[in-house]
Design a protein around this ligand. Structure first.
Ligand SMILES: NC(=O)c1ccc[n+]([C@@H]2O[C@H](COP(=O)([O-])OP(=O)(O)OC[C@H]3O[C@@H](n4cnc5c(N)ncnc54)[C@H](O)[C@@H]3O)[C@@H](O)[C@H]2O)c1
Length: 266
C-alpha cells in the first residue's frame, strides 16, 4: 500500500519549486491533498496531478501564509473535504538577496513575515486538527543557510531559516507526548524559480554560470531535484518515521562536507 494512503496533507507554497515536487511525491504515495499557495497556478497543478493520478483527492487554497486567517480557512476546508488533517508541510518561503547595509527594513520584514510568521501561522492553524486526530506530523522547510552556512547577501534569509530550526525543536518537545512529530529539512540548492531568481540577482549577465558553479562545488556535482526533497518530506510525514522528532535533516548532495577545495588525496 502507498505509504501516505489515507493521510491528508496540507502543503504550503505548493504551486512551484519544491512545494510542487513535494505535492507530486505526496500524490504518488496516495495522500489526500490541500495545496496552498499565493499564486493561482496552484489550481493548474491540481489539474496536472489529477491527470496523472485520477483517483487522487485534491483541494486548493489561494492564500498568503503571512495571514493567519487564510491558513485557518484552508485548514477548515481540508477538514470539511477529508474529515481531518494528518501532515503539514510548511514549505512556503521567500529569498531576496542584498548587501546588509543596503537591505531595507521592508525586505527584512518580508522574510520575517513569510518565512518565520508564515510557518508559525501554518502550525498554529493546523495543530488543533492534528490533536483531534491524536497524532500527526509536521515537516518544516528550513535550509542549510543560516544554521550551517551562508552566502553574502543572505542575512535576512539566513536569520529566518535558522529561526525555523529553533521552532522545530521547541514544537517537537512541546507536542511529543501528544504524538505530533516535528522535523525540518535543511536543503542545499535545488533548481527552482527561487534559485533561478537568486542567480539573476547574483549575475544578471550570466545567471546560468551561477547555477553551473553551484553544481561544480557540490560533491554530487548537481543541484537537488524538487522530487528528491519531496521524498524526504514524504518519509518524515509518514508512519515510517514514527520515532523521529525534533530532527534537522541535511539534504545537500554533500555541499556542506568539504573542509577545503585543495587538500587531500584519492
Ligand atoms: N530551492 C532551494 O535551493 C532551497 C534551499 C533551501 C531551502 N529552500 C526553502 O524551500 C522552500 C521552497 O523554496 P523554492 O525554491 O521552491 O521557492 P520558489 O520561490 O521556487 O517557490 C515558492 C512557492 O511558494 C509560494 N509562496 C511564496 N510566498 C508565499 C506566501 N506568502 N504564501 C503562500 N505561498 C507563498 C510561491 O508562490 C511559490 O509557488 C522555501 O521555504 C525555501 O526557503 C529552498
Amino acid at each position: 500500500m502507498a505509504k501516505l494512503y489515507g493521510k491528508t496533507a496540507l502543503i504550503t507554497g505548493a504551486a512551484a519549486g519544491l512545494g510542487k515536487g513535494i505535492a507530486e511525491v505526496y500524490a504518488k504515495y496516495g495522500a489526500q491533498l490541500c495545496l496552498f499557495d499565493l499564486d493561482e497556478s496552484v489550481n493548474d497543478l491540481k489539474e496536472e496531478l489529477l491527470k496523472q493520478y485520477p483517483d487522487a483527492a485534491i483541494i486548493t487554497y489561494v492564500g498568503n501564509v503571512a495571514k493567519f486567517d487564510d491558513l485557518k480557512k484552508a485548514v477548515s476546508q481540508s477538514v470539511e473535504a477529508f474529515g481531518g488533517l494528518d501532515i503539514i508541510c510548511a514549505n512556503a518561503g521567500v529569498c531576496r538577496l542584498a548587501p546588509f547595509e543596503e537591505m531595507s527594513d521592508e525586505v527584512r520584514d518580508l522574510h520575517i513575515d513569510v518565512n518565520i510568521k508564515g510557518v508559525w501561522n501554518t502550525c498554529k492553524a493546523a495543530i488543533p486538527e492534528l490533536l483531534k486526530r491524536g497524532k500527526g506530523a509536521i515537516v518544516i522547510a528550513s535550509s542549510v543557510t543560516g544554521d550551517l552556512v551562508a552566502d553574502a547577501g543572505e542575512t535576512a534569509y539566513a536569520l529566518s531559516k535558522a529561526a525555523l530550526v529553533g521552532l522545530t525543536k521547541a514544537l517537537a518537545v512541546e507536542y511529543a507526548d501528544r504524538h505530533i512529530r516535528v522535523n525540518c529539512s535543511q536543503l542545499g540548492y535545488a533548481r527552482t524559480p527561487m534559485v533561478e531568481k537568486m542567480a539573476i540577482e547574483t549575475n544578471p549577465d550570466n545567471p546560468e554560470a551561477v547555477i553551473d558553479d553551484i553544481a561544480k562545488a557540490v560533491p554530487l556535482k548537481r543541484l537537488a531535484k524538487p522530487q528528491e526533497v519531496g521524498e524526504l518530506f514524504a518519509f518524515l510525514g509518514s508512519d515510517e518515521a514514527s520515532y523521529i522528532t525534533g530532527g534537522q535533516f541535511v539534504i545537500d548532495g554533500g555541499s556542506t562536507l568539504p573542509e577545503t577545495v585543495s587538500m587531500g588525496t584519492k
